[in-house]
Design a binder for this molecule. Structure first.
Ligand code: B3K
Ligand code: ZN
Length: 849
């Protein structure tokens, strides 16, 4: 029954559209409960299609009338669209429909948020606005007339005319419907201008609700930097007279790259020193860049169908990572990205939700905006660049833009460009797009005479629906150090193409210590027999910053595994190496802050599962607490000095340099708070004139069971700032002790300022609950119950966010019988709900397997 309602769509079934669109005219008569949308679309037969049957997608629309070439027609209307008899040749389709934006809590299509109208059409939201071929391979220029008494009326492209109660916009660049956008509201703007390389003047605006004007400067600067960077690095210029960014409070994700009218979750655009943390600033800069870069990688060149999503997302994530590395610190960006990749993508790849970078089937495409498509998709491009070199990559990208501008493309088109530009055969490389799972590469080493031999074996585990996988092309960057710490072989790129391969290095005086997978040159797991002495050696001597961090992380992990699994004492070697690094002022503070971070609870749980042991979330939590205590003891004498030496007291700047120092002092503060009963943290809290230090202090206090006064005063101070209050909701759940987490989260949901119609607020509580692993997995089962209860409540309101949050349960199979059974029961309880959304139904059934 469910499957009949939710058909599975397959990549192999793709067929070109029967009808193409020459142009689109839309008129919106806005009203919260009954908006009228009048469309006028010129269709023309597609010479590449086999048929002439006519189908328009449409959902939740009230059709008022429709005409073909000016004559009334009576189509067959279903819950998903309409079909109609049409002429043999080109014709004009006109229709009027009614929709109710105010009732739209799913935040897809046209909806209302904080009194303004806004849209979200990717992937398939346009069909909730009007009847249309809502597929990315149908591209057309749009003209949009908006009629409303709202003072600000925006759509894509350039403004053609405006007057009392109306505005007309025209977007000359053919685009698919998913890039359509409309905004209407009482908005104020921070204006700016940008002159492109070829001298074109572009008007820029950041549009926000009154009261938020003081949080726009950073976004505007980030936009200008992005525009300059894309010209300098990719040779890409902006192509309209105007570029608008609008901040919206109720939004399902970070932001959306609608042509010329980007719509942002307010959390991804609004920032000033008082309200936003360094991490917020960095995220905003990255998202502004990401959406802007989509103008070429996504909009000018789009996807043929939704299976090709990684074509635009993987590439654009790769581009925004390059941008952040250029604007800030390359090693710090790389380490953060790998942390994120391992934390989310490896986890996805290793469980029931594993899917290829280019999935081959889906029921609800919104469920495939995943870390695999985005982040692994970006890693695949990074590997391609490493394999063909910087010059080859630049040549291929130039060819891509030249050959495919204005088209809706596939991964095949993308790879062909690289083959044609570089002469390299990418048939085997293409497996990265079709085989799911994280490859494991095992290293075996031999030493004889002056020759070091390395044998590398690759394995790709089975994943849902996929077995017997073929070897992939793995760029494996390696360097060799001699025992004195001298680099004897600089970074060398080995290319793995077979299941097993041997590489030799001759002429070495002593047996070298390898530094494998430098810069994390491929998204894989490396297995190697090593020991802590070697790790400590690499932490001290490696020339590759990523691998120095990696060595420290492995030391921490092995210390933790021994503590948790065998009740061992904290490893003195780790404590010593860490102390040396942290007290070394020649090291970048941001790097030191990263090295102070311990492997996450989830990472440790997976490590135990990989060793064939059942992870105990409580023991993992206690182990991390104990190691943190040991680190605090080891650094004891230095903590206060280090903290004071790096404490930023000058005027706040959201740059990498100051941010690194604040990251370090905030990490030190957590350790210091264990020793001084909160004195330093209370001091920092009281003195802070910026959110990074205020939040850092509050968080350090809460992590040490202190801070109730600060928590209360924070709420008073920031009651009127939604985004700041999201942090307040979140930090309490994140820092709650395991036995209290579900109770804290539950109490927060009872507050009048908790609302589930705002995804940011819902995620602040429930995203935090799923991140507080020991709390979520507490033996009482209260974490599971609370999460499931609220997912059940949220599903009818907002299916997309519900489905996404179901992934909190994706690791259920790795736990003990009690926990497994509880999680399974809750998942089943969700699955059995009558009227469950397609989004959530697909997610839960995949997780249950
Ligand atoms: N392309 C959008 C994501 C749309 C998600 C639809 N469920 C944002 C981005 O990746 O830039
Ligand atoms: Zn994107």
């Amino acid at each position: 029954m469910k499957d009949a309602e939710n058909p599975t769509i397959y990549l192999k079934d793709y067929t070109p559209p029967n009808w193409l669109v020459e142009d689109v005219h839309l008129t919106f008569r806005l009203a919260p409960q009954a908006t009228r949308v009048i469309s006028r679309v010129r269709f023309t037969p597609n010479p590449d299609a086999d048929g002439r049957a006519f189908f328009l997608e449409g959902e939740d629309l009230r059709l008022i009338w429709c005409k073909i070439n000016g004559e009334d027609v009576t189509p067959q209307v279903t819950t998903v669209g309409l079909t109609c008899e049409v002429p043999e040749d080109s014709f004009v389709w006109e229709a009027e429909v009614e929709i109710a934006p105010e009732a739209n809590t799913a935040l897809e299509g046209l909806y209302m948020s904080g009194g303004m109208y806004s849209t979200q059409c990717e992937a398939q939201g346009f069909r909730k606005i009007t009847y249309y071929p809502d597929r990315p391979d149908v591209m057309a220029p749009f003209t949009v007339r908006i009629e409303s008494d709202m003072p600000v009326l925006l759509s894509n492209g350039n403004k053609v005319s405006a007057g009392d109660g109306f505005a007309v916009w025209h977007d000359p660049w053919p685009k698919p419907s998913y890039l359509f956008a409309l905004v209407a509201g009482h908005l104020v703007n921070l204006p700016g201008t940008f002159t492109t390389r070829s001298g074109k003047e572009v008007e820029l605006n950041i549009w926000v609700r009154p009261g938020d004007e003081d949080k726009c400067d950073f976004a505007l600067e980030a936009l200008k930097k992005s525009m300059t960077w894309d010209e300098e690095v990719y040779g890409r210029e902006y192509d309209l007279d105007i570029f608008n960014i609008v901040a919206v409070d109720d939004f399902n994700m970070g932001a959306m790259e609608n042509k010329g009218l980007n719509i942002f979750n307010s959390s991804a655009v609004l920032a000033n020193a008082r309200t936003a943390t360094d991490a917020n600033f960095e995220r905003i800069e990255a998202i502004i860049a990401h959406e802007y870069f989509h103008n070429w990688t996504g909009n000018r060149i789009t996807c043929r169908d939704w299976f090709q999503l990684c074509l635009k997302e993987g590439l654009t994530v790769f581009r925004d990572a390059q941008f952040t590395a250029d604007m800030r610190s390359e090693p710090v960006k790389r380490i953060s990205d790998v942390l994120d990749l391992r934390g989310r993508q490896f986890r996805e790849d290793g469980g029931p939700l594993a899917h290829p970078v280019r999935p081959e089937s889906f029921q609800e495409i919104n469920n495939f905006y995943t870390s695999t498509v985005y982040e692994k998709g970006a890693e695949v491009i990074g590997m391609l660049k490493r394999l063909v070199g910087d010059a080859g990559y630049a040549k291929a990208l130039d060819l891509y833009f030249e050959r495919h501008d204005g088209q809706a493309c596939t991964i095949e088109d993308w790879l062909k460009v690289f083959e044609d530009a570089t002469g390299r055969d990418l048939a085997q490389f293409k497996r990265w797009y079709s085989q799911a799972g994280t490859p494991k590469v095992t290293m075996r080493e031999a030493w004889k005479g002056d020759c070091y031999t390395l044998t590398l074996t690759q394995d790709l585990p089975d994943t849902p629906g996929q077995t017997d996988k073929q070897p992939q092309v793995i760029p494996f960057a390696i360097g060799l150090l001699d025992p004195s710490g001298e680099e004897v072989v600089p970074t060398t790129l080995l290319e793995l193409t077979e299941k097993e391969q041997t590489f030799t290095f001759n002429g070495l005086a002593k047996r070298p210590i390898p530094s494998p997978l430098r810069g994390f040159s491929a998204p894989i797991i490396v297995e190697r027999k090593t020991n802590n002495a070697e790790r400590a050696f690499l932490l001290q001597h490696d020339t590759d910053p990523f691998n120095r961090w990696e060595a420290g992380r492995q030391l921490a992990k092995s210390a933790l595994v021994n503590m948790i699994g065998d009740g061992a004492d904290p490893d003195p070697l780790y404590l010593e190496a860490l102390t040396t690094l942290i007290t070394d002022d020649s090291q970048d503070p941001a790097f030191r802050a990263l090295c102070l971070g311990l492997p996450s609870e989830d990472d440790l749980a997976q490590t135990f599962a990989d060793m064939g042991q059942t992870p105990d979330p409580q023991a993992i939590w206690e182990g991390r607490e104990a190691l943190r205590g040991a680190v605090s003891d080891a650094l004891a004498g230095d903590l206060a000095t280090l903290y004071n030496r790096h404490l930023v007291t000058e005027k706040f700047r959201p740059d990498a340099e100051q941010g690194g120092k604040r990251a370090l002092t905030n990490s030190l503060l957590v350790l210091l708070t264990r020793r001084d009963e909160g004195a330093a943290a209370q001091g920092q809290y009281a003195d802070a004139d910026n959110m990074t230090q205020q939040m850092g202090a509050l968080s350090a206090l809460l992590a040490n069971d202190l801070g109730s006064l600060e928590l209360a005063s924070f709420a008073d101070q920031w009651a009127h700032e939604r985004l700041v209050m999201d942090k307040w909701f979140m930090v309490q759940v994140l820092q709650a002790r395991p036995d209290l987490a579900a109770g804290v989260a539950n109490a927060l949901t009872q507050r009048p300022d908790f609302t589930m119609t705002n995804p940011n607020r819902f995620r602040a509580v429930f995203g935090a609950l799923s991140m507080n692993q020991a709390g979520f997995h507490h033996a009482s089962g209260e974490g599971y119950r609370l999460m499931a209860d609220w997912l059940i409540k949220l599903d009818p309101v907002n299916p997309q966010t519900t489905a996404r949050m179901c992934s909190a349960f994706q690791t259920w199979r790795r736990y003990d019988t009690d926990r497994r059974e509880m999680m399974q029961e809750h998942l089943q309880r969700i699955a059995d709900l009558p009227g469950l959304s397609r989004d959530t139904s697909e997610m839960v059934s995949r997780i249950l397997g």
